[in-house]
Write a protein that binds this ligand. Sequence first.
Ligand SMILES: Cc1ncc(COP(=O)(O)O)c(C=O)c1O
Length: 425
Amino acid sequence: MDELLARAFQYLPGGSSWMWTLPPDVAFVVARGEGSRVWDTRGRAYIDYVLGSGPLLLGHAPPAVVAAVQAQAAKGSTYQWLSEPMIRLAERLCRAVPCARKVRFVSTGTEATMFAIRMARAFTGREKVLKFEGGWHGLHDYALTGTFPWSEAPFPTARPDVGGVPKGALESVLVAPFNDLGTTEEILAVHGRDVAAIIVEPLQRALRPATGFLQGLRALADRHKCLLIFDEVVTGFRLAWGGAQEFYGVLPDLATYGKALTCGYSLAAVCGRADVMDTADPARKGTLDYALLSGTLSGNPLACAAGLAALDELAREGVYPRLARLGRMLREGMAEVAARRGVGLQALGEGPIAQPVFLDPAAPALTERDLRRADGARAGRLGLELIRRGVFVIPGAKLYLSLAHSDADIAETLEAFDQALVASA
Ligand SMILES: Cc1ncc(COP(=O)(O)O)c(C=O)c1O
């Protein structure tokens, strides 16, 4: 292990600031990123499919975003007050996102989903929230249940995924199986009158919604007079300009945005119906109709300037067909390689998202419990073998593509994938 890595392991728990760490023989320190690649401190290049966990839909250091950030940085990084970039970004978001009439900016996707749930509670006067097993909504206490495979429980019981989640938080969460409208309906038949919101990732990780599932959730939310929240932190500006709600044609009450919104600067948002968003109006302070949403760096002009520049790039002609084509190339390429090697593998995902899972392609995965039957250990080994061959992925997790990725990048990746598949057996 080189000296800088050794210091990382000395001063950072597990040598990490996230939920991933790599074994010493493949671990590396990023020195810089440009376009579709990162370089480590030893000068080795990797085609990057981590992309900062998804924000870098334009690739690393897109010149237009860099220039916008540099120009704003000279005028100040944060004011905690209204700025032109913030107002323009709010307007842009409302024009792009079908459900959005008003917006509140926060700093992370975790805050966005936590605050959306708070708004739904304040608006409906109800406490419970229904989420789907395997759905990821960040790191607050209401989100860290029913997400990880090891904590399987009978529906709708919410068990903690990690230590430190209080029972009180879990009591207000119901967990349902993704893509299973019947079970969701049964849960709501019992608990509906206490449910403030259904929160869902419309594309759950890399699992596509079954035909009619999201429409069915809309109908159930209406029937039980609760809100439907689309967590679009991943899908927003990625599957389509109007996000998953445009892509799948279902209108939620609230949506949470992050990641691609600024293509790499710390900003997230809750947006949606005006009457629900107005629970954040400071004029309501001192009443229980007020859902406080704020934060020191919320809506900072640096990230908003980045967002405006990033959205200008994403608004260009041909962006979404290109992202869809790249994703398809990668997924189809992986499936072809696996079929040629006689390996049972499904390449899940939609748009510029791909995830190889070791499951028989004859029975397409629909739920988190389907995914649990996959060979996760092999997926982990495959990831490590890809990194060894200069393809940066989080072992076992999904791969993100960007507009900076080229057909040649994908061809090179598929060659590495072929070798890695054999090495991971
Ligand atoms: C769907 C979804 N929601 C929320 C979050 C949390 O966002 P953040 O990591 O910015 O807190 C993530 C992060 O990966 C996510 O994928």
